[in-house]
Ligand binder design. Structure first.
Ligand code: ADP
Ligand code: ASP
Ligand code: MG
Length: 403
């Protein structure tokens, strides 16, 4: 007997018709004799609507209450899919995360799953039932409902696969696998049949939201193979697993983008030891994450310019923190939040020289200015003008032969 986690994303349960479709898919898997745990996201758009409602009351809506609000999205879809399975004659039962319980640690809206109780659910599975569990939510040590970050149902699915020691973890979504770029934006993007954890982690952390990055991180840590496939077609999906047996004849596996960043330049900062620490220490204290940093050569030996990027949501807080910082002096502060981050990712880069140069040349040929750069062993990211996003992705896609 095979024990499986089947996770259905928001679009896959986005309407009653789709819920019935997903229920039929679950029924089919169950009738093959598999033990099935289903993880469900909120119906598509629902979480965004709830966030919007909270904001219409207050931009600073208390996070404990926000988690309570957001968790209702998954409660609805969990109940509906359980009802649909019962209607199809399948024995199925739902549990909210507090009923299991799924325990989390960390702050509200961004908690992490640390453990869950398996007893009740394992008993139900052994009696031939299908267990339906909401993604995205958990319970804190003081008994409050928490959520685990946007796209977090993926992380719930992976945590369940680990803690229940299942044979597979299948992520059902609205595309039929992981592509070389977002297939909804770049129609010539190609499906990647097999991809390593490292590459998927880099791709999802720079914007490929088809898998949530912390879910990939957990899967990598515990070597849990993942399958990404379509709820709506029978086509082969993508396997995410260990690096071995993957063909690295291509330097670049995928191109991703995100519009979550903002760029800040401090002009005329004193050029002396310790100044960078003085700039960034208060940002760190305010939990502002700095991504890329560029410091120009000082033309006069006295002052220099420092450019760095942060999350767009942190822009206001960052400017306030810099202006309040008594330890630093600068002539001017420029900021730009109309930028996007374009990244190329590929484990093949390690053995293929010249990827960086090719990327920069390709962007230059399109007259696209690079505003900041960062690299890792298997990733190169650049910040560019937001309006050039699609042009850049298309060009990189073609230059690295991903079409
Ligand atoms: P779900 O609700 O099922 O979790 P998401 O919306 O979170 O689905 O993720 C699926 C979406 O990810 C796709 O509709 C697609 O637009 C987007 N996407 C971005 N980059 C990629 C990529 N490289 N491959 C596949 N899909 C991608
Ligand atoms: N409903 C949550 C979100 O929209 C979690 C998820 O869909 O994975 O972020
Ligand atoms: Mg998702």
């Amino acid at each position: 007997m095979t024990k499986k986690v089947l996770k259905f994303g928001g679009t896959s349960v986005g309407s009653i018709e789709r819920i019935l479709h997903a229920a039929n898919l679950i029924k089919k898997e169950h009738s093959k004799g598999n033990e099935i745990i289903v993880v469900v996201s909120a119906m598509s758009g629902n979480t965004n609507e709830l966030i919007k409602k909270s904001k219409s009351i207050s931009e600073k809506f208390i996070k404990r209450e926000l988690d309570l609000l957001l968790s209702t999205g998954e409660q609805i879809s969990t109940a509906l899919i359980t009802g649909a399975l019962n209607e199809l004659g399948v024995k199925a039962k739902s549990w909210m995360s507090w009923q299991i319980p799924i325990l989390t640690e960390g702050e509200h809206t961004n908690a992490r799953i640390i453990n869950m109780s398996v007893k009740k659910i394992n008993k139900y599975l052994s009696e031939g039932g299908v267990a339906i569990i909401p993604g995205f939510q958990g319970l804190s040590s003081v008994g409050d409902i928490t959520t685990i970050g946007r796209g977090g149902s993926d992380a719930t699915a992976v945590a369940i696969a680990k803690i229940f020691n299942t044979d597979s973890c299948e992520i059902y979504t609205d595309v039929d696998g992981v592509y070389s770029s977002d297939p909804n934006k770049i129609p010539v993007a190609k499906k990647i049949p097999k991809i390593s954890y490292d590459e998927m982690l880099e791709l999802s952390s720079v914007g490929a939201k088809v898998m949530q990055s912390s879910a990939v991180q957990t899967a990598m840590m515990y070597e849990i193979p993942l399958q990404v496939k379509s709820t709506f077609t029978n086509r082969e999906g993508t396997e995410i697993f260990n690096q071995e047996n993957i063909d690295y004849s291509k330097a670049v596996t995928g191109v991703a983008y995100s519009k979550d960043d903002a760029k800040i330049t401090l002009i005329g900062v004193q050029d002396k030891p310790g100044v960078a620490a003085d700039i960034f220490e208060p940002l760190d204290k305010n939990q502002i994450n700095v991504d890329m940093v560029i410091q120009n050569i000082s033309p006069d030996g006295k002052t220099t310019d420092i450019t760095f990027t942060i999350k767009r949501n942190d822009l206001k807080k960052t400017i306030e923190t810099l202006n309040l910082n008594k330890k630093i002096k600068f002539k001017n502060l420029n900021h730009n939040d109309k930028v996007s981050k374009i990244s190329v990712v590929g484990a093949g880069m390690v053995t293929t020289p010249g990827v960086t140069f090719k990327m920069f040349r390709a962007l230059a040929d399109e007259n696209i200015n690079i505003l900041a750069i960062s690299t890792s062993e298997i990733k190169i990211s650049v910040i560019i003008d937001e309006t050039k996003t699609l042009e850049a992705i298309k060009k990189l896609h073609s230059i690295f032969k991903l079409n």
